[in-house]
Design a protein around this ligand. Structure first.
Ligand code: NDP
Length: 449
């Protein structure tokens, strides 16, 4: 992507100079600046008071040592991170990722993206992210607990119910949130909503577990109806991943009447022409914490193939990447289009490379970026914070109703911005602009801080 506007181009040069070794972060900055081109031409005031220069610089980025003792009595040392990117709209909010691929670049791109995603939800939430290069795969439950306790022994200094409220992400599910929250309460001698995604018995919200996947399908349904006069019903879907987001996207897509034929993990993918048996998938991935290849061993209609990228060669109408960043390369996008895909909704953050997005748009594929499409998770996290602050607990139906409304509003804002700036239906541009405008207004209102 090439920036025509000289000011935006200068901002991007600053980012490159300061972070030459952070490719994922630079990719997310370039996506945002490209989307802003038509806006800056019309409303240069939105970038006054150094808004963009300040936006690409996180307010705080903490890196720390996480030492713990494994089952053999050996000392292990990992790196922990928390980035508090922008608090113009409210307390910092964003998940923790535990995965061997976590680097400062990954944390920085996730924190940057989160700022605009949180803005799109309409809730008073700033942007943050965190995590570690710790890999929970193959660890015993005690090892995971000891790691989480050590991680929180530093993180607790930086978070709190009105300061910064972490949640889960890759490798951080209900089990890890429990260990982290338990240690937070012990160290602070306080029980407050300093994390979301908590167990229901410990102040968690109903529907938080399902929220990202369900929200993704609500967004897909709304977009298909509004832009194409269609629905998920009857469509064939390929959904990558088999973790939290993928599982609940599969569940909701099936409820909408779609046929989901594939899922994956980091080793490979399964194709099941009869449609994914969700109970079996959950038994293998959630209960047994086994590999997805096991699904094909137990289900005769399924075929397992080594290598997760191959999943995009399966013909489908709708693709929902729900594993990790840049899983849709240009080659994957070309395969999808050749095989008849008409829409792609990002469940994972920054699922597509910039080349892939440009190609999908050129081919007229309906596309919703992660900031808009997967915002359901943080939206319900925001609702969990409201329930904690009010010492109350809302019904499943109430949370679901609000989640649906938020996803519809995100579509409406994104569409409105795309139309206002001359590309109706370009939701990549619309979502980025809608997210940016609110943050920019708040930052200029608060003065240069
Ligand atoms: P989980 O850890 O529950 O699941 C991740 C899934 O993706 C697993 O199946 C994992 O396979 C697979 N995966 C991870 N890394 C890779 C890789 N490098 N290549 C191929 N497959 C991979 O994470 P979530 O479902 O929570 O998160 C998935 C995506 O959704 C992430 O991008 C996350 O940032 C995003 N997201 C999550 C939200 C949430 O509420 N949880 C909210 C918004 C976005 P394996 O088991 O082999 O590791």
């Amino acid at each position: 992507m090439h920036l025509k506007n000289s000011y935006l181009s200068e901002v991007y040069s600053i980012a490159k100079q300061k972070d030459p070794n952070k490719p994922e972060f630079l990719q997310s900055v370039l996506e945002m600046l490209t989307a802003l081109e038509p806006v800056i031409e019309k409303h240069p005031g939105l970038c006054k008071k150094g808004v963009l220069e300040r936006l690409i610089e996180p307010e705080r980025f903490v890196q720390f040592r996480v030492a713990w003792v494994d089952r053999n009595g050996d000392v292990q040392v990992n790196r922990g991170y928390r980035i508090q990117f922008n608090s113009a709209l409210g307390p910092y909010k964003g998940g923790l990722r535990f995965h061997r691929t976590v680097t400062p670049s990954v944390i920085k791109f996730l924190g940057f993206e989160q700022t605009f995603k949180n803005s799109l939800t309409g809730l008073p939430l700033g942007g943050a992210k965190g995590g570690s290069d710790f890999d929970p795969h193959g660890k015993t439950e005690t090892e995971v607990m000891l790691f989480c306790q050590s991680f929180m022994s530093e993180l607790f200094r930086h978070i709190g119910a009105s300061t910064d409220v972490p949640a889960g992400d890759i490798g951080v599910g209900n089990r890890e949130i429990g260990f982290l929250f338990g240690q937070y309460c012990r160290l602070r001698n306080i029980s407050e909503g300093a994390m979301t995604g908590k167990g229901i018995f410990a102040g968690g919200s109903l529907l938080r577990t399902e929220a990202t996947g369900y929200g993704l399908c609500y967004m897909a349904e709304e977009t298909l109806q509004q832009l194409c006069g269609q629905s998920l019903a009857g469509k064939t879907l390929v959904i990558s991943g088999s973790g939290n987001v993928a599982v609940y996207a599969i569940k909701k897509a099936q409820e909408f009447g779609a046929r989901v034929v594939a899922a994956s993990d980091s080793d490979g993918y399964i194709f099941d022409e009869e449609g994914i048996d969700l109970e079996l998938l959950r038994q293998i991935k959630e209960t047994e914490r086994a590999r997805i290849s096991e699904y094909a061993v137990r289900k005769p209609s399924a075929v397992y193939t080594e290598g997760s990228e191959g999943i995009w060669s399966i013909p489908c109408h709708v693709a929902m990447p729900c594993a990790t960043q840049n899983e849709i390369t240009l080659e994957a996008a070309e395969m999808l289009v050749r095989n008849g895909v008409t829409a792609l909704f990002e469940g994972s953050n920054m699922s597509c490379t910039l080349n892939a997005v440009r190609y999908l748009q050129q081919e007229g594929i309906t596309y919703v970026p992660a900031k808009a499409a997967n915002a359901g998770g943080v939206a319900v996290s925001g609702l969990e914070m409201s329930q904690n602050a009010g010492h109350s607990s809302w019904s499943y139906e109430k949370v679901d109703r609000i989640l649906k409304t938020i996803m519809k509003n995100i579509f409406a804002q994104s569409y409105e911005m795309s139309a206002q700036y001359g590309s109706p239906g370009n939701l990549l541009m619309g979502a980025n602009v809608a997210g940016f405008v609110k943050v920019s207004n708040a930052m200029r209102w608060q003065g240069v801080v």
